[in-house]
Ligand binder design. Structure first.
Ligand SMILES: O=C(O)CCC(=O)C(=O)O
Length: 484
């Protein structure tokens, strides 16, 4: 019998879908930045590439190579985690919290596929193919019913893409040979993560996900509120729910009040969500007035999540996907606050947004008109878009410098210490900056524009400074190495 679809599911609004042309598809960051203003209003969106996926054999060969590289005996195997579905009120568990634990079971790809197939048949108990909405209804019924568990091989460092797409001898272009290959996307031209010195698995390099029916991912935002890019290689669909950044506070408030009866603070709500065990039906959110959008990701679909957009979802059967973070310049709007929120919940920072911004700004200044920061200058359209991005980055950089300048000035208020002039204007210092006037920050080693005054204290001046003695920058004990 067909499953009666919940009415709230029928009326859940959809997140947008985008269809880039071949030209637009050349440059992931430019493209995502271009759609960002519109798409981020939904928190998540889907991008359908204009080129095909790799053949299934290539995906499986890549995956097996990747799995073999991770095991001590080089076998192409992996272990799963068990995830709780449903809940037992008797166990004193909060209705929105689900447990996750190591399954201790090791699989090859074909063993896991077989297991997932059997589980789906048994669970759905239906001779006919169910629609995605019917499966979604059954998922939410299961999450409200008696507890059982599913398995998910999630957050495994690696990818079902080959680095160079070298294994392919095809006479047509696939996603793998483009800049959207997940092994390249985080550090694609124009992504701020390109300037991260170290590799952070899942952030600058992808993680691979092997799921089965009902494997879930809890409501969360990305580390440092970065963007995420997710690509489905093969298998059954994945349902995603997304909440726009503008509603993030309202969402956290629903968690605090509806789930915890107002007994936790806003910071504790953020810390709870960061544990990635919160499952809450969009029905609750919609009723509380929090906007929530849905999309269905099929093989060959990319999903982008935007900065500070809470998202969650589940799989409709055996599937394989890759995920990685990236950062268009749009992320800079939220990066500072994200770092503060992270500090508030005692999570150590993974990156420094100022360093990334300075490095990107520097790369724009030093590469001249033919720079390749945003990929090939393939068309007038791309060129215009890149100019817009450049202007945005330069402006953000200058605002950042001026903000820091004001802070330093305020800190020095009342004492003779004035590190920077508070009268610096937006475009005046930028015009003066050039490759010849680049300095390294004495504190963190980041290269800086000449619009930043760098005070390199001599040993005796440093001694005075550390003793809290008042030192004027014009004091002969300091040497001034950069000027506005
Ligand atoms: O697919 C998953 O399990 C998690 C995906 C995700 O959160 C992301 O790609 O941002």
């Amino acid at each position: 019998m067909a499953e009666e679809v919940f009415s709230w599911l029928k009326s859940l609004p959809s997140a947008p879908e985008y269809y880039p042309t071949i030209v637009e598809f050349r440059d992931p960051i430019s493209y995502i930045f271009k759609i960002e203003q519109e798409a981020s209003r939904y928190g998540i969106c889907k991008i359908l590439p204009p080129v095909p996926n790799s053949p299934k054999e290539t995906i499986i060969a890549n995956l097996n190579r990747c799995l073999s590289s991770q095991t001590p005996d080089s076998s192409p195997t992996f272990t799963t985690r068990k995830q709780q579905i449903g809940f037992s009120p008797r166990k004193n568990q909060r209705p929105a919290q689900r447990s996750v634990w190591e399954s201790g079971v090791t699989y090859t790809l074909s063993q896991f596929k077989q297991k997932a197939k059997q589980f789906k048949q048994k669970r759905l108990n239906s001779n006919k193919e169910l629609t995605p909405l019917e499966i979604e209804t059954m998922y939410w019924k299961a999450q409200a019913g008696r507890p059982f568990s599913v398995e998910y091989a999630n957050d495994m460092p690696g990818s079902a893409f080959d680095e160079a797409g070298a294994g392919q001898k095809l006479d047509y272009m696939t996603v793998e040979v483009t800049q959207w290959n997940m092994r390249r996307a985080a550090r694609a031209n124009g992504s701020l993560l390109k300037f991260l010195k170290e590799e952070i698995p899942g952030v600058t390099s992808p993680m691979v996900y092997l799921g089965m029916l009902y494997s879930w991912f809890a409501w969360h935002v990305e580390d440092h509120d970065l963007h995420s890019l997710n690509y489905m290689h093969m298998g059954a669909a994945k349902t995603w729910y997304g909440i726009p950044m503008e509603a993030a506070l309202a969402f956290e408030d629903v968690i605090r009040t509806h789930v915890y009866g107002g007994q936790i603070s806003p910071t504790e709500a953020i810390a709870t969500l960061a544990r990635k065990t919160t499952i809450l039906s969009p029905e609750v959110l919609i009723k509380a007035g929090v906007p929530c959008y849905r999309l269905l990701q099929n093989p060959r679909d990319f999903v982008v999540t935007f900065p500070r957009a809470y998202h969650s979802g589940f799989s409709h059967g055996y599937n394989c996907a890759d995920a990685v973070n990236m950062a268009t310049p749009g992320w800079l709007r939220v990066a500072r606050e994200a770092a503060i929120r992270r500090a508030c919940i005692d999570s150590p920072p993974l990156l420094c947004d100022s360093q990334l911004l300075y490095d990107l700004a520097l790369s724009l200044s030093s590469s001249g008109p033919n720079r390749s920061t945003y990929g090939p200058q393939s068309s007038r359209l791309t060129e215009r878009l890149n100019n817009d991005i450049d202007a945005f980055v330069k402006r953000t950089f200058m605002l950042d410098v001026m903000h820091n300048n004001k802070l330093l000035d305020a800190l020095g208020n009342g004492s003779p210490i004035t590190l920077l002039s508070k009268h610096m204007s937006y475009d005046q210092p930028y015009k003066k900056a050039g490759p010849a006037s680049i300095f390294s920050c004495v504190a963190c080693g980041s290269p800086c524009y000449s619009c930043i005054v760098i005070v390199q204290p001599t040993e005796s001046a440093a001694h005075y400074l550390m003793l809290n003695e008042v030192v004027n920058v014009k004091d002969p004990g300091t040497s001034l190495s950069g000027m506005v």
